[in-house]
Each structure stands twice: as structure tokens, then as C-alpha cells.
Write a protein that binds this ligand. Structure first.
Ligand code: FES
Length: 166
């Protein structure tokens, strides 16, 4: 069943197609949409992007496999990529990363039992002056500390609980 080609993303997809001379050129932005929808680039996402871009699924899979911003493994709903590169490390990113993993009770690259959070470290994300920082599903969260993170994590957990109770 087509998911990313449905109404939810139709405006975004049309917008991306309008920027390029042919549909195949929109393959990377559409892979982002697939990743947003599924939490990772799975076989369904590959198939749908291939159909939308009029490409062979093998070709789409090779693109997804080449670039590190696409995940070919299942992730939590919130993929937290903490920058621990030098400038951020000088502002406490290593400790922040360690404390975040301890709070969520995950190892590097691990996902919490409720499938909400995956934590891993990454190299410079070009927001060095606002460290500690992380990228959550490609949105930046900056000037962080554990107090702010705990509040945010608990807010997301409460949202999940609300959804489950509904
Ligand atoms: S070193 Fe972390 S954003 Fe640049």
C-alpha cells in the first residue's frame, strides 16, 4: 500500500518534483520523506520512492545505502544524533552524550524499549557555537543540558502514553 505517495505528503512530493527537470532527480528528498514516515528506509519506502521517481528499486536502495543520513536499520521514533566532535566536546558534549544514554538506558546506537528514542554520536553538524546539541530526525536541538533533555524526553513519553490511552 502506498503510504508516502498519499495525501499526507502529496504537497511535499509535488514541491520536490517541481524543482527538478525529471522525477528521478527527486529521489533523495523523497527518501527523506520515506525515512520520516517509517523511521528508517525500509523495503516499503524503497519500493514507493522507486515507483514515484520511476526508477528501479535496486537503484534507489543503492542511493540509500551510500549516504549516511539514511538509516537502513530500524530506529526509534526520535533518532537522536549527538554531536561529540571537537568543538562540542570542549563544551561538554561527551558527558552530555554519556548522561543521555544512561538516562535512556541505551548503549551507543541503541533504542529504548518503548521504541521512542535511538541515541548515537555523530561528527560536526555545523552548530558548534550552540553545543551541546543534537539532531532529532533532522531537526536541530541546541544549547542542551540534561535538565532540558529529561523534560523533553518525559514530554514525548507522555504523548505516547496519551496515544496509547486514546
Ligand atoms: S563540533 Fe559539534 S556541531 Fe560542530
Amino acid at each position: 500500500m502506498a503510504v508516502i505517495g498519499n495525501k499526507k505528503y502529496s504537497k511535499q512530493i509535488e514541491h520536490h518534483f517541481s524543482k527538478y527537470p525529471d522525477k528521478r532527480s527527486a529521489v533523495m528528498p523523497l527518501l527523506y520523506i520515506a525515512q520520516e514516515e517509517y523511521g528508517w528506509v525500509n523495503d516499503d519506502g524503497i519500493q514507493e520512492v522507486a515507483e514515484l521517481c520511476e526508477l528501479d528499486p535496486t537503484h534507489v536502495k543503492s542511493i540509500a545505502g551510500f549516504y549516511t543520513m539514511y538509516s537502513e536499520k530500524s530506529k526509534g521514533k526520535y533518532w537522536l544524533q549527538v554531536c561529540t566532535d571537537l568543538s562540542c566536546a570542549l563544551r561538554g558534549a561527551d558527558e552530555f552524550h554519556k548522561d543521555l544514554k544512561a538516562y535512556l538506558e541505551v548503549e551507543e546506537g541503541g533504542t529504548t524499549d518503548d521504541d521512542l528514542f535511538t541515541v548515537e554520536h555523530v561528527m560536526c553538524l555545523a552548530a558548534c557555537d550552540n553545543a551541546p546539541m543534537l539532531q532529532c530526525n533532522f531537526h536541530y536541538m541546541e544549547n542542551l543540558d540534561m535538565e532540558k533533555m529529561k523534560a523533553w524526553v518525559e514530554e514525548k513519553r507522555a504523548e505516547l502514553q496519551k496515544e496509547l490511552d486514546a
